[in-house]
Design a protein around this ligand. Structure first.
Ligand SMILES: [Zn+2]
Length: 220
């Protein structure tokens, strides 16, 4: 499978090149989004807006699609209005589907890293977990990396003093990704920021992210 130069593993809305478009299960009927690679999941913000049984069914029926590269974004958010126990149960159902259908998971996690790590220890999943939009302390990054998670960095890299900018240089090169998320930025601005922070050649950065992408998302 040909891979483009700058890979964006998490974007809301259309993008150019090799990009994984994120779709919420409520958007599933919009086939425009499914023309290229995408991830599909139930976001903790939208749990209460929909019938989660139907949403999980939608997700399940989509998992045979070769363009569906990951489940997500899904996860835990202490700032979301949805009851935490409900968030946890919907998240775990998606994690179980990921194992069953051998898909990596793109994870949204806000102020719930201890809970996330507890769930990881309990499930002991074989599929890679990618904590997206990472912009937290180095100690949290270290715990996630030690437990085998991948980290994906986005617009926070544009700020040299952000947590993301401090964490990126210490992350092993085989364990991270770059993304635009909902920023509407071009992915090359994120790559340029990463090049400066990591003091690495753009070509070398592209090569390592292409290797990571193939290993994690195109593993079959
Ligand atoms: Zn997102």
């Amino acid at each position: 499978m040909p891979v483009g130069a700058l890979i964006d593993i998490h974007r809301h809305g259309q993008g150019d090149g090799t990009v994984i478009i994120n779709i919420d299960t409520s958007q599933w009927t919009d086939c425009e989004y499914r023309a290229g690679f995408y991830s599909l999941g139930i976001h903790p913000w939208f749990i209460e807006r929909q019938d989660c049984k139907v949403a999980l069914q939608t997700l399940k029926s989509a998992l045979a699609d070769a363009n569906l590269l990951a489940i997500g974004e899904c996860g835990l958010d202490k700032l979301s209005g949805a009851p935490f126990s409900l968030q946890e149960s919907i998240f775990i159902k998606q994690l179980e589907l990921a194992e069953q259908f051998r898909k990596p998971v793109v994870i949204h996690c806000v102020r719930a890293f201890n809970e996330l790590l507890r769930i990881k220890a309990a499930l002991n999943p074989l599929m890679p977990w990618i904590v997206h939009g990472f912009n937290n302390k180095t100690s949290i990054a270290t715990s996630l990396l030690e437990q085998g998670c991948y980290l994906s960095f986005g617009k926070a890299l544009l700020h040299p003093n952000s947590n993301a900018s401090k964490v990126l240089p210490v992350v092993s090169r085989d364990r991270f990704f770059l993304e635009t998320d909902d920023s509407y930025l071009a992915i090359d601005s994120i790559y340029r920021a990463a090049v400066t922070i990591m003091q690495i050649d753009l070509l070398e950065l592209q090569q390592c992210l292409e290797n990571n992408f193939i290993r994690v998302f195109l593993h079959d």
